[in-house]
Design a protein around this ligand. Sequence first.
Ligand code: ATP
Ligand code: MG
Length: 421
Amino acid sequence: MKYTSLALAGIIIGGIAAILVLKFIMRCVEAKHAERARRREEEAVPVSPPASGTYSSVDVRVEMGSVDRFLDDILREKPARFTPENLREFTGDYAERLGAGGFGVVYRGRFPGGVQVAVKILHRTLDRRAEEQFMAEVATAGRTYHINLVRLYGFCFDATTKALVYEYLENGSLDRVLFDAAAAAALEFDTLHGIVVGTARGVRYLHEECQHRIIHYDIKPGNVLLAGDYAPKVADFGLAKLCSRDNTHLTMTGARGTPGYAAPELWLPLPVTHKCDVYSFGMLVFEILGRRRNLDTQRPAESQEWYPRWAWQRFDQGRFGEVMAASGIRSKDGEKAERMCKVALWCIQYQPEARPSMSSVVRMLEGEEQIARPVNPFAYMATMDAISSSSSGGGGVSTATSASASASGDSAQSTRHDICH
Ligand SMILES: Nc1ncnc2c1ncn2[C@@H]1O[C@H](COP(=O)(O)OP(=O)(O)OP(=O)(O)O)[C@@H](O)[C@H]1O
Ligand SMILES: [Mg+2]
């Protein structure tokens, strides 16, 4: 009897203890869930535009002295907000200028912890709509991560200073390497091929893998930055809308993009899709293949021909060896080089629908997808020339001329920059 009641008491006490332990575990799990949800919510809060031109104190502003806070933000992959004083400190009072482009001047800097940065001070005074876009772009670019995209660490939005703070890439932009004979000659073909594939992956991510498709509108060697090991990263993908390219990027024709890389639909009144980036990517591949600008007015007159068409003619006539010889490509790299040429020819097709998707481009470059024989991407020029000369009695502007004028990166680019400034 005594033993039975002892056993009963034991069972009851054991039961109560088990219930208490269970409850404790459930509390812990609930608390963990709540903490996770709170963190997720915090991370999902967009950097929202100001309601009345001012920002509340709960945004991600970085005051001097709260360095820990912004380093935390960076660690949590949230674009940080800097003050003009922060920027001055990072850049040592703007001591080292890295370069300048259509949007502003870029300076080298360093976070207090030692991480190197590139600070782009934007030229333009932004109106209210542009201000809102600036914030939207910060929210987009600040949350778009890919190994082949330049990382945006933060921004400054102040009455006097609008700036973007990016990760710093040791080898600068591809144009500086590619169009400098000595620097380009020092690069192995495999490195160049790696740059092509990495850039394609970056654009593929913008088009097909991030939450909202991002059209870059300005793929060109100046917007491909190179890390210390020449790994490429696409830059400025958040700026397409920010600077309202309709008005600023191209001038005389009212088109967008940069001449020489901009697809025909950007300079003709045709609908524009993400395939305009595929076209620009094709032009970039030609410049990598040729290790020269597609239209290079610095060259002797006899070799000034527009490179993409010159390469097409050689390819079409089965004389691809001449393309390889012209840029010193060795026969062991012939297969990869021909693949690059075929992909580029598909990318620059006049009809956007005829251009491949970027995922297909990546697969073709990597040899995982068969590449059909490209069709002539320049056939439209002959047709349009015939139309323009018959309607103007032979005095019309040649389409071939306007296409390669559009290809003339040098002169037209400086026009664009003048206007942007
Ligand atoms: N994150 C960076 N790391 C290292 N160098 C950079 C970085 N960003 C820009 N630069 C340097 O600054 C130069 C100017 O860049 P910027 O983006 O302003 O001009 P762009 O690319 O020539 O033209 P666009 O205005 O069309 O982008 C680049 O050519 C590059 O050399
Ligand atoms: Mg740029």
